[in-house]
Design a binder for this molecule. Sequence first.
Ligand code: SAM
Length: 246
Amino acid sequence: MNSSDSPWQSDVSSDVSSDVSSDVSSDLWSDLWSDWLLHTRHANDPEHERVLHAELEHYAERVLDGARLTSGMTLADIGSGDGLIALRAIDRIGPTLRVLMADISAPLLRHAETLAVQRDVRDQCTFIQCSAEALKDIDDASVDAVTTRAVLAYVPDKLAAMREFHRILRPGGRISIAEPVLRDDAFEASSLKIFVDALPPESEDLFFRLLHRWKAAHFPDTEDKIAANPLTNYSEASALSMPPTP
Ligand SMILES: C[S@@+](CC[C@H](N)C(=O)[O-])C[C@H]1O[C@@H](n2cnc3c(N)ncnc32)[C@H](O)[C@@H]1O
């Protein structure tokens, strides 16, 4: 997983209005996700932010390669964050591309909208505050491509999200996804827990106890917790085999 993706919490909500802020760095309205993407993940360090963005651009390019956008298409980027993928798509295709940016975070939508205004591409963009599981205001069969990066990992009902992607795609449309797959790491944490729990009380082994504590600080370490956590309750195979229709 890219450690730059997670504030380790998925219950973000916001009731902020969707007005455009004139100041991209404004802290007037924020939520967990906007705090993470716009500040915490680079520790408010401009140099670290530059390095991070260069790395993220690489992921964005790969996702967009998969979407195979062409002139005149409509793209829906779900969990659009600070606009990394959607704005890059406009850079690639130019003024004929229409993009829908959907995200649960109103502050991030406002941030992306401000960037779109600054780049003079606001007219090509629509901003929609909603969850991936219920893409309200996006019509059936209305987009040519769906992209999403580091978003489904935080969505509890991934199947519902997949169904929504399928619903909004035109026949023959494309979906391009990049998600961290963390289940194996969690299985490692749970194996370590089983091992450490089985150590005799008098054991002086510190290495495996410490290794388990370190792993468990990052990942759920029991089967129940793994199954209950949206970050770890799927594998590459299970994500790919989700049936798109009810
Ligand atoms: C790690 S960021 C990735 C942002 C962007 N996709 C990128 O590639 O930089 C996760 C994004 O998903 C959004 N998000 C989290 N849960 C969501 C949900 N259930 N539905 C839609 N967006 C969600 C967050 O607000 C945040 O913008």
